[in-house]
Design a protein around this ligand. Structure first.
Ligand SMILES: Nc1ncnc2c1ncn2[C@@H]1O[C@H](COP(=O)(O)OP(=O)(O)OP(=O)(O)O)[C@@H](O)[C@H]1O
Ligand SMILES: [Mg+2]
Length: 450
């Protein structure tokens, strides 16, 4: 389906590329002293783009890109949408029969076209005017919004090679956004070890004791008002951005569910990273891959949920072998990165083991998810079964809730079991026996018997 914004985007990109091609043509002509209508590329006015007509126009206006920023941005985008526009850079110098050094650029591995580097950008903007070239280097500084907002950066210059010989690299998200008008959600891979958490449940389904709930609501308040607090009230100078919470408690008490629901009610995506997987399987790669997750997440307001976070606590001084040493390194990197992350990070663990002060100090809240008490268990049971499967007369949920100390997760397992058994019998009525058998299985799993 072609949407309005996609059509708008194609038109906007076309006029943008026409403009860019004029810049390029002019720069080449000026450089080689050919006859030319303009005496500088900056005389060529960029097209006016309606911010509401296309995602591309929206982007340009949102960041209020200057001429130079816009030119570099389009240069970086061209290989992704119209690579042959850059073929002129592939021409060779008749005298040396090599490519022109001043154009910069690189060859891809499979890709046959020209890949622009920082040098290409500086050449486009300033030709071989050294002073002018230097004046544009700030575009690639770490504190320019290109880098800060993970839009564009220079990457992959070889060791001891000029920084500007690195490739102009647009983030995947930005390419998607300005070409298709949509942000694609990343898929799980070794390269991106995070998965989006979703839940069909609603806030009202969440059963938490009042103290746990009040702490959870603090996170929600932060998401809703943190920006105002840091920016409008100016506390950003004094406080670290972001919010870090630790959820700890026995399995099945609603830690993952709560993280998903916080995202759902505040309209934020929640990404789950399984730390036990990441830290043991990708040793050495961990840092690199996690950095990608952090970078993508930043400025997109994602909530990062680190599960099985026990890997991060304790044992940090106990180095037995190289594996431990690496793991320790990853852990300090991760703690630091969690602390620097400007959004919401939630860590979840089953045990509050060996939490040292250095660790707890970095967290705004440390929230205990206890086993539900009798009343809460009753609420969970009452809410648990399908409306289409009534309970047989004689099932007293109040009694069951009082008698069996089960977590919300365990209760849902019982419901699954009892409902399956009912369907197997081609019935719709849940029997007490099936519920009790399900409970017995749960208790057995946990090493308890009934
Ligand atoms: N407090 C709760 N309120 C409502 N439902 C709950 C609650 N706790 C658990 N459940 C139910 O049990 C399911 C599993 O819970 P969840 O995955 O959130 O537990 P967890 O604390 O993350 O467990 P683990 O430590 O094993 O990761 C939930 O999807 C939900 O259906
Ligand atoms: Mg969980």
């Amino acid at each position: 389906m072609v949407t309005g914004i996609a059509i708008g985007n194609a038109t906007a990109l076309k006029s943008e590329l026409d403009w860019f091609f004029k810049l390029l043509d002019t720069r080449i002509k000026l450089h080689f002293g050919h006859e030319c209508t303009y005496s500088d590329i900056f005389e060529i006015t960029p097209p006016e783009l309606d911010p509401s007509g296309s995602m591309y126009g929206h982007f340009i206006n949102h960041y209020d890109l200057t001429f130079a920023e816009r030119a570099v941005f389009v240069l970086s985008l061209v290989p992704h949408i119209k690579p042959h526009l850059l073929d002129v850079f592939l021409s060779t110098d008749a005298a040396s029969s090599r490519r022109f050094t001043e154009f910069g650029g690189r060859n891809g591995t499979a890709y046959q076209g020209f890949l622009p580097t920082g040098e290409t950008a500086l050449f486009l903007l300033a030709g071989d005017d050294v002073e002018k070239r230097l004046s544009f280097q700030y575009l690639f500084d770490a504190d320019h919004f290109f880098a800060q907002h993970n839009i564009l950066r220079i990457e992959g210059a070889g060791e001891n090679e000029p920084e500007m010989s690195g490739l102009l690299t647009l983030s995947r998200d930005i390419i998607d956004l300005v070409t298709t008008g949509k942000m694609r959600r990343p898929a799980f891979s070794a390269d991106f070890p995070a998965r989006r958490l979703e839940t069909g449940l609603d806030w009202d389904d969440l059963v938490l004791d009042p103290y746990t709930l009040s702490q959870v609501l603090e996170i929600k308040a932060w998401i809703e008002h943190g920006d105002e607090l840091l920016n409008d009230l100016g506390l950003g100078r004094k406080l670290k951005p972001g919010y870090r919470a630790l959820f700890y408690g026995p399995p099945g008490t609603g830690k993952t569910l709560t993280a998903s629901l916080i995202g759902k009610v505040t309209g934020r995506d929640v990404y789950r990273i399984d730390l036990s997987m990441v830290v043991s399987k990708y040793i050495g790669e961990t840092e690199k891959n996690l950095e990608k997750v952090f970078q993508r997440a930043e400025h997109k307001d994602w909530i990062l949920f680190f599960d099985e976070a026990d890997a991060l606590f304790g044992k940090r001084t106990n180095i037995n072998d190289a594996h431990d040493r690496f793991a320790n390194q990853e852990i300090s990197y991760l703690l630091q990165r969690v602390e620097d992350y400007a959004g919401v990070v939630i860590l979840a663990s089953n045990m509050r083991s060996n939490l040292d002060e250095a660790f707890t100090r970095r967290f705004q809240s440390i929230i205990h998810f206890p086993m539900p008490r009798q009343n809460d268990r009753l609420r969970l049971w009452n809410n648990a079964f399908s409306e289409k499967t009534p309970l047989e007369a004689g099932v007293d949920l109040r009694k069951i809730a009082a008698e069996y100390e089960l977590s919300g997760g365990a209760i849902m397992n019982v419901v699954r079991y009892a409902t399956l058994m009912t369907l197997k019998k081609k019935s719709r009525v849940i029997s007490l026996d099936d519920i009790l058998e399900g409970i017995r299985k749960e208790l057995q799993k946990e090493g308890r018997t009934s």
